[in-house]
Design a protein around this ligand. Structure first.
Ligand code: ADP
Length: 592
């Protein structure tokens, strides 16, 4: 029965408790039999009755233990209380002294109460078991007697009981120690399993994040062609209907593109793969540029977009990451416009502290839109969460924007705050401390004329994707230019060896030889004119150390795909115009 009982018990300490209880009961029953027998022989009726009563209790408890393991606590309580009664009655009624059996019983109470009932009961019952001894010793009216052999229990019964008690102590300690060892081993095993599970979970999360990054990245390349082609066709549509269809196509493609960017960014932010760049930025200029595009959006809804920037920012360029600042403002102002049907949206940048090295700015984006109820003000910053289930239906969106803003602002060591109530508009604000730019940069850049003509510029494009080649061909055609194409880095190097060009557009990921490698080969060419040719990287990657990699390879600048044709045009024009400069100088003077 005991085996069955312990087999079904999973916890090592509970198993030990059952075994300890069993040991105590069996040994106590044997001791009581001996005590009863000896009392009977020596006509000690009271002792005999006490032994009989205790024996009966012991048998009942043993039965109860083997019947159901859930009674261990109550059995342990009864054992301890019976033991206490035994000690008190021994000291004050039966033996009226302190003998070795009483002392052993005290140890037994201390042991069993701590091991079977826990520390609190252990302390209380230990005090209850030792207090009759202390009381007896300090009673004072007669000399206390401490004996080894109790007069009332004849030999050899007494010796047998003492030995049996000593054996019980050893067994109890052994059982408890084994349980302790087993428990530690179980915990270690559990720890190992936990570590392994965490490692597996991390690996799974990493591969999920890698998968998402690769997928988003791969999706952007064909999307580049879709957006570019639609824009090209929109310049010259066959009829009104086609123009409308193309606008819808363009709108959806641009939306899809921003969604892919959001997923890619959110994924990177989650995997801590995004670092801020540190570039000289004129925030006054940057904010005006950002709001230029957004103002059109606001106008379409009949809203006014106001921009209030502290004038001091005109003269105090800072060092920051303009791409991420743009992303934050775009998201917040985009939301403000989206969720406002009448009134205005205002963006303000107030300098709240300025010293020799730093500039602390409060950014506020205030709208007069639908507002956000207090209940939703926390949750909207969680990914894929919107204030209400009808938001997507009425306004679109995925609920990723604010989650990205929140995480991006963490990179700037700041947090976003919101003041809003349903129906009364919203105010999103945050403070950022920017290091000030020490020396004013000497602007060497040549302002490109925007008459979209690249007729005299000889361009070599290295691009492996045929759709992108076609798109670039059409875009360049509009600029009166017919670039030469190479399908990989190796081909580009060969072409440059045998022909002369003014500028190279270099895709980064290409078969045979990638863009980095090809640029390195070009920079080592013996002809200084060819070795110093401006190279602009074309990339769909937003890797955090892209700028370093580009600089390392000797490229002058980069353009993200899907490229903005105005940006590409300006960069080609200004690069080609200052092509006599060294490439490293050109990258350093670039401001955004
Ligand atoms: P999305 O705009 O794609 O839904 P966001 O994370 O940018 O995702 O915003 C989450 C939600 O927060 C929105 O769906 C909207 O319910 C609420 N919200 C954000 N900005 C505003 C605002 N300016 N006014 C009212 N509600 C807003």
């Amino acid at each position: 029965s005991l085996k069955k009982l312990t087999l079904t018990e999973p916890g090592s300490f509970n198993k030990a408790k059952i075994n300890i209880l069993f040991t105590i009961l069996i040994f106590t029953l044997i001791k009581l039999l001996i005590a009863g027998y000896i009392s009977y022989i020596n006509d000690q009726t009271l002792q005999l009755y006490r032994a009989l009563v205790m024996f009966t209790i012991g048998v009942i408890l043993l039965k109860l233990l083997l019947f159901n393991k859930n009674y261990t606590h109550i059995i342990a309580q009864i054992i301890v209380w019976t033991g206490l009664l035994f000690i008190w009655s021994n000291v004050f009624i039966f033996t009226q002294d302190i003998n070795i059996i009483t002392l052993q019983s005290v140890f037994m109470i201390i042991l069993s109460s701590f091991y079977l009932l826990g520390a609190r009961y252990g302390i209380v019952y230990s005090l209850l078991s030792i207090s009759p001894l202390i009381l007896y010793l300090i009673k004072g009216n007669s000399l206390p007697i401490i004996t080894v052999e109790p007069d009332q229990l004849a030999s050899p019964g007494f010796e047998i009981i003492v030995v049996l008690s000593l054996i019980t102590f050893v067994i109890i300690h052994y059982l408890y120690h084994e349980a302790f060892k087993l428990n530690v081993a179980e915990k270690e095993l559990l720890n190992d399993q936990l570590k392994q599970a965490v490692e597996e979970a991390n690996l799974a999360a990493e591969s999920k994040s890698d998968f998402l990054s690769t997928m988003s990245h791969e999706l952007r390349t064909p999307l580049n062609s879709v957006i570019g082609m639609t824009e090209l066709m929109l310049d010259n549509p066959y009829n009104k209907e086609q123009a409308e269809n193309l606008k819808i196509l363009n709108f959806s493609a641009v939306n899809l593109h921003s969604l892919i960017n959001d997923i890619l960014d959110y994924n990177k932010l989650g995997a801590d793969k995004l670092n801020l760049e540190a570039i000289n930025v004129n925030l006054y200029q940057l904010m005006n540029d950002i709001c230029l595009g957004l103002r059109m959006k606001a106008k379409e809804k009949g809203l006014e977009l106001r921009l209030n920037i502290d004038e001091i920012l005109k003269e105090k360029p800072v060092i920051t990451d303009p791409t991420r600042i743009t992303q934050i403002i775009y998201n917040l102002v985009g939301n403000a416009i989206k969720f406002t049907n009448k009134g205005s949206v205002s963006v303000s940048l107030k300098v709240i502290k300025v010293d020799d090295d730093n500039l602390n700015i409060r950014f506020s984006i205030i709208d007069t839109g639908i507002g956000i109820s207090e209940d939703n003000q926390q949750s909207i910053f969680e990914p894929f969460t919107q204030a209400s289930t009808s938001t997507t239906r009425n306004f679109g969106g995925t609920g990723l924007g604010l989650a990205i803003v929140k995480r991006l602002l963490l990179l700037f060591n700041t947090t976003i705050h919101l003041e809003s109530a349903a129906g009364t508009g919203s105010n999103f604000f945050f403070n950022i401390s920017f290091p000030l730019q020490k020396e004013q940069p000497v602007s060497n850049s040549v302002a490109p004329e925007l008459n979209y003509d690249l007729e005299d510029i000889r361009v070599l494009v290295a691009e492996d994707n045929p759709m992108n080649r076609l798109l670039l061909k059409k875009v360049f055609f509009k600029w009166n230019n017919e670039p030469e194409f190479a399908e990989n880095g190796m081909e580009a190097v060969e072409k440059l060896k045998s022909h002369s060009y003014d500028i190279v557009l270099m895709d980064i990921h290409m078969p045979v030889m990638d863009g980095y490698e090809a640029t390195k080969v070009i920079r080592n060419m013996s002809d200084p004119e060819k070795a110093n040719i401006p190279v602009i990287a074309l990339t769909a990657s937003v890797s955090n150390n892209l700028r370093d990699k580009i600089r390392e390879a000797g490229m002058n600048d980069y353009v993200y795909k899907p490229f903005n044709s105005k940006e590409l045009y300006s960069k080609i024009k200004s690069m080609a115009l200052q092509s006599e400069k060294k490439p490293s100088e050109m990258l350093n003077t670039k401001v955004s």
